[in-house]
Design a protein around this ligand. Structure first.
Ligand code: LHQ
Length: 263
């Protein structure tokens, strides 16, 4: 499949996926959804990819659904938006959450609607200082989707989640960092380099172990303390059998730099 609406490459362990409909602020139409889905499938199947970096081209990160695709003419049949969610948004969010490698999101500009929640499903979110997050759904009579109603209260607390979701106001990147919605704000000119630096660092780490960390932390909100202790035991068992664990300990004992393979 050739890509028209995204830029995609896998190089030196880093899968780089950039949304590329800058004129429409990288809002999602069906074709872009299909391309992102195909790219994520290739990342999952790749033996080379050890970290995914998601970003956008132009001045926006993503303005959510392309509303020109979803305009309802007077008298026309009412749309089933649940279908779009079922077919595209939910699989995308699940795919990012379940991808067994660290996912970095570099939010290069405004992130609105589903575009504001996709980063929250990633593991490490960097944002350009000029970027902002807008839960724009309420402005058009919708509810936050793409995991927003689950992720927002857990990340920022219920009071802030309700204000964001019901007021639909612009949240600056700096405020998002202060509220714990994202990991870190970076100067605009530094964002791409900084995100790539982080990606290169992670790609050289024991990424099988990092994937298990991701799995355990993602599971923690649904588990009791006791269930989580059991999960830690099970995942540590897997981690302990990895080549990377053996290499990590050997390198430590031999006082040398470890060479990890991600398995
Ligand atoms: C757009 C869009 C856009 C098309 C900017 N579509 N063209 C799931 C299931 C199914 C259906 C419904 O939705 C969902 C999930 C959702 O994501 S719902 C939420 C959808 N998104 C929004 O409501 C956000 C709409 N956009 C905006 O509010 C503004 O564009 C923001 C605040 C993002 C940026 O504002 P500005 O920086 O002032 O830029 P702009 O508004 O001038 O936009 C630039 C261009 O991008 C403009 O086109 P033009 O031809 O006039 O230059 C916009 O029409 C276009 N654009 N968002 N979602």
């Amino acid at each position: 499949m050739s890509f028209q609406h995204i830029l995609f490459s896998i190089e030196d362990g880093i899968a780089l996926l950039s949304l590329n409909r800058p004129e429409q602020l990288n809002s999602f139409n069906t074709a872009m959804h299909q391309e992102v889905r195909e790219a994520l499938k290739q990342v999952r199947q790749s033996e080379q990819a050890r970290v995914l970096l998601l970003t956008g081209e132009g001045r926006g990160f993503c303005a959510g659904q392309d509303l020109s695709d979803r305009n309802v003419a007077p008298g026309a049949e009412r749309p089933d938006l649940g279908l779009s969610i079922e077919q595209f948004y939910n699989p995308l969010i699940r795919s990012l959450r379940d991808l067994p490698m660290p996912v970095i999101c570099a939010v290069n500009g405004v992130a609105a609607g589903a575009g504001a929640n996709i980063p929250l499903a990633c593991d490490l979110v960097l944002a350009a200082r000029s970027a902002s997050f807008i839960q724009a759904f309420c402005r058009i009579g919708l509810i936050p989707d793409s995991g927003g109603t689950w992720l927002l209260p857990r990340l920022v607390g219920m009071a802030r989640a309700k204000a964001l979701a019901m007021l639909g106001e612009r949240l600056s990147a700096e405020q998002a960092e202060q509220w714990g919605l994202i990991h870190r704000v970076v100067d605009d000119a530094e964002l791409r380099d900084e995100a790539l630096r982080l990606a290169r660092h992670l790609a050289a780490q024991p990424t099988y172990g990092l994937a298990l960390i991701k799995r355990s932390l993602n599971a923690s909100f649904d588990n009791s303390f006791d269930q989580q202790l059991t999960l830690e035991r099970d995942l540590q068992r897997l981690a302990g059998r990895s080549d990377d664990y053996r290499e990590g300990v050997s390198a430590f004992m031999e006082k040398r730099t470890p060479v990890f393979k991600g398995c």
